[in-house]
Design a protein around this ligand. Structure first.
Ligand SMILES: CC(C)(COP(=O)(O)OP(=O)(O)OC[C@H]1O[C@@H](n2cnc3c(N)ncnc32)[C@H](O)[C@@H]1OP(=O)(O)O)[C@@H](O)C(=O)NCCC(=O)NCCS
Length: 171
């Protein structure tokens, strides 16, 4: 498995696969900001926005490829605030259902932490639906639960769920 950092150019051939990855995650109930039904037009539009965002160094997009297949992805969104120049949000971690439980998410997070460190971002924040597998994953990787907000977001079935906020201070 290989991790690649995509640019606004190298993302272009990956757009259909990234769209399919997002569709796969949401169809299988992931809470990553989208509700069902989710059209290909919406998923493609999302990744086209990401393609624009990564023109700026404040957004990093990594993908994991296994046997030349797109297996997973994660992003780092660096705070633009003057008082947050050491801070970044880890976002949109997704591993395709056919590649889960092989350590790919763990490898992606390790790689995004290397990117964060080299960009001088040492306070990492993120959030997820309470009780999701990602909570166990991030806890295993040393992220600390800061708190929970009830009724924060909607799940794909439209029901409101609690969201956990976590952080990690990189040494
Ligand atoms: C969460 C997700 C990214 C995990 O991807 P993955 O590649 O299967 O995870 P890994 O194989 O790297 O797992 C690493 C650790 O995470 C935890 N973990 C992963 N999947 C888990 C599950 N289904 N249940 C409980 N713990 C889980 C375990 O601690 C695991 O370590 P272990 O294998 O030693 O037990 C994947 O399930 C996914 O894409 N989910 C949908 C999208 C999503 O919810 N993203 C997170 C947004 S915050």
């Amino acid at each position: 498995m290989k991790i690649h950092r995509l640019t606004s150019q190298t993302i272009l051939p990956e757009l259909p696969k990234l769209s399919a990855l997002l569709q796969d995650a949401v169809t299988h109930g992931a809470s990553v900001g989208f509700l069902l039904p989710l059209s290909n037009k919406e998923t493609l539009a999302y990744w086209q926005d990401v393609a624009k965002a990564i023109e700026d160094p404040s957004r990093i997009l990594l993908i994991a490829k296994a046997d030349d297949e797109l297996a997973g992805t994660v992003q780092l969104d660096m705070s633009a605030r003057a008082n947050g120049s050491h801070r970044a949000e880890v976002a949109k971690l997704m591993v395709h259902t056919s590649f889960r439980k092989q350590g790919i998410a763990q490898t992606l997070i390790n790689a995004i932490e290397v990117e964060a460190r080299s960009a001088g971002r040492t306070t990492l924040i993120l959030d997820m639906r309470e009780g999701d597998p990602s909570e166990a994953l991030y806890t295993k990787l040393g992220y600390v639960r800061a708190g929970v907000i009830p009724e924060y977001a909607k799940s794909t079935d439209g029901k409101l769920h609690s969201t956990v906020f976590m952080y990690k201070l990189l040494k």
